[in-house]
Design a protein around this ligand. Structure first.
Ligand code: GTP
Ligand code: SPV
Ligand code: MN
Length: 596
């Protein structure tokens, strides 16, 4: 007899796997999803009836709803997120690990009877356009209606995927339970949480949380953790990156991807309204890029998602008017505040705090209290088609050839506004040595500086140092590789104010980057990489103080020295997995100090 903890879903096949899971979890009934509008509408109605969703003011926010989570279930839980590779070393020093057998036994116990009194949904989805050579198929079993409706927006839920899987196409099998059998809570969840990945058998088992990346398993779990494992095996890249098209006043198109850690500006940059006349941005993706060499020897990228699961706080008409327009309808909001007339609000949306707010916990908001009205990791789920700047061809199955790759993070000091890498391996060194002040997107101490290589610290499904090696390997492949840059929008001056205006003004940095791609502007060489000449940034009209202007491109030996020391210590953690090229890059930077 097949036993849930020892079967391979691929081997026993979709139907037997679903049968086993239903039997083991003792779900009341099983529904095979079809991704239709009818299915979406009826689940929304169920969720409203249960009180999980609140229908918002339909005149102000048509077809939009608000969910309030349990206060203990508000972000990704990185310490509970496991990479269960057969060998511990393959998970590397950055990922929590447990042996697959042990984790399967543990999960099997937790899942036993976990869906009693609940409906089990079987969601067939494609990450990427279904016929794209870069697309991958997945199935998510879940006992959360909230997850099903979010998956409808975030992925392509298509019953055709079931047929393709039955006909032998590869797929990733994912199981999710909120771990609350027979519960009538409006946000069922469990104190005990496990987000576990089995890269070798292409499986994800997630227990206890209903929130975001913990529960929408096509996103971080499949597209990044399992995705990066597949990408390494198959010679492509699965990245925590936005993809955008920048169009110059001459009409020339550039495709750029950018990796910033969670809540560090991907959505905002992907939907940029340039402050510069004649420049235009079209959005292709805001969170994940799958990148693969094509026949032209170029790296081309697709966005495997179908919607945006974006950070609400800080989003306003001023910072991101494009997102504001997108959020005007057909949006699911989670953990934002509600106005007295049934609309939404969050910190940063307007300068004035509206009277009579209900906070994200459902309590009357008291102005002046330290607690925010919206949770700092409050999010919106909106379909890509509603984004006013979405490129008409954003879902081109062939993807887009990249002209530049940007790395960034939240650094209040020490990292200039822009630097250019000297080579592919220096670019990889830049990515590997990224650090960022932590945000509310994951449990942890907000503001604390931590290394977040490639913005993939929580998302790399194998040994991070081997991942760097995989990136370095692309330089041997006879490809025309994109140039790599590093940016920092988050420098703060002595008054703790942001020096750089950011948002629409980030267009100036993009213009400089394009200037470098075209070989039109010069750089100044430093141990950090190539720095712009201030005059080439065209920022005179921003009226920054001279001091702030200089600070944007400032670097000092002592700060760079300290940074390199921290990087050296960090890279040391990876032992003999550390690729030699990165050790050489580090040596080169350190040598700069000996020579000067
Ligand atoms: P994930 O969805 O978590 O992966 O995040 P993301 O990288 O898409 O982050 P997002 O664009 O949603 O930005 C998160 C926060 O950073 C928001 O509060 C923004 O207002 C703020 N932010 C974005 N761009 C800028 C910028 O250029 N300058 C400043 N100061 N803040 C920014
Ligand atoms: C992130 O944290 O990087 C996100 C949100 O994009 S979540 O889907 O919850 O991971
Ligand atoms: Mn993200």
């Amino acid at each position: 007899m097949n036993d849930i903890k020892s079967v391979s879903p691929q081997q026993i096949g979709l139907d037997e796997w679903v049968r086993l899971v239903a039997e083991h979890t003792k779900a009341d009934r099983v529904i095979w999803c079809d991704g239709s509008q009818k299915e979406y509408d009826s689940l929304i109605a169920d969720l409203v009836a249960k009180g999980t969703l609140i229908k918002l003011n339909q005149e102000k926010r048509p077809d939009s709803y608000l969910a309030r989570t349990d206060p203990s279930d508000v972000a990704r839980v990185e310490e509970r997120t496991f990479i269960c590779s057969a060998n511990r070393e393959d998970a590397g020093p950055t990922n929590p690990w447990m042996a697959p057998d042990q984790m399967k036994s543990l999960m099997a116990e937790l899942f036993e009877g976990a869906m009693q009194g609940r409906t089990m949904y079987v969601i067939p989805f494609s990450m990427g356009p279904i016929d794209s050579p870069l697309a991958r198929y997945g199935v998510e079993i879940t006992d959360s209606e909230y997850v099903v409706v979010n998956m409808h927006i975030m992925t392509r839920v298509l019953p055709e995927v079931f047929n393709r899987i039955r006909n032998g196409n590869g797929w990733v099998a994912t199981i999710h339970s909120v771990g609350a059998p027979n519960s009538d809570a409006t946000w069922p969840c469990n104190k005990e949480k496990y987000i576990s990945h089995f890269p070798e058998t292409l499986e994800v088992w997630s227990f206890g949380s209903g929130y975001g990346g913990n529960a929408l398993l096509g996103k971080k779990c499949m597209s990044l953790r399992i995705g990066s494992h597949l990408a390494r095996k198959e010679g492509w890249l699965a990245e925590h990156m936005l993809i955008m098209r920048l169009i110059s006043p001459e009409g020339k198109r550039y495709h750029i991807s950018a990796a910033f850690p969670s809540a560090c500006g991907k959505t905002n940059l992907a939907m940029l309204k340039p402050s510069l006349d004649g420049w235009k941005v079209e959005t292709i993706g805001d969170d994940i890029a799958w990148i693969s060499p094509n026949a032209n020897g170029r790296l081309r990228a697709i966005n495997p998602e179908n919607g945006f699961f974006g950070v609400a706080p800080g989003t306003s008409e001023k910072s991101n008017p494009v997102a504001m327009q997108m959020l005007a309808k057909e949006t699911l909001f989670t953990n934002v505040a509600m106005t007295s007339d049934g609309d939404v609000w969050w910190e940063g949306m307007t300068r004035e705090i509206p009277e009579g707010l209900t906070d994200w916990r459902g309590e009357k908001y008291q102005a002046g209290r330290a607690l925010p009205a919206a949770h700092p990791n409050a999010r919106f789920t909106s379909p890509a088609r509603n984004c006013p700047t979405i490129a008409a061809d954003w879902d081109d199955p062939e993807g887009f050839e990249l002209d530049a790759i940007i790395f960034g993070g939240r650094r209040s000091s020490g990292i200039p506004l822009i630097t250019e890498s000297e080579s592919w391996s220096h670019g990889v060194f830049m990515g590997a040595s990224m650090a960022s002040e932590q945000t509310a997107a994951a449990e942890g101490t907000v503001g604390e500086l931590r290394r977040d290589p490639f913005a993939m610290l929580p998302f790399c499904g194998y040994n991070m140092a081997d991942y760097w090696g995989h990136w370095l390997g692309f330089s041997d492949k006879d490809l025309k590789l994109p140039k790599i840059f590093r940016v920092n929008w988050f420098l703060k001056n002595s008054e703790s104010k942001f020096v750089w205006p950011g948002f629409s003004e980030n267009a100036r940095a993009l213009k400089w980057i394009v200037g470098r791609v075209e070989g039109q502007v010069e750089i100044k060489r430093t141990p950090l990489g190539g720095l712009p000449l201030l005059a080439d940034l065209g920022i005179a009209e921003l009226n920054l103080s001279e001091e702030d202007e200089a600070y944007l491109l400032h670097w000092s030996k002592s700060e760079v020295g300290k940074e390199l020391e921290a990087v050296q210590e960090y890279l040391g953690k990876f032992g003999d997995h550390l690729p030699e090229e990165l050790a050489i890059e580090l040596e080169k930077r350190l040598a700069f100090f000996d020579k000067n």
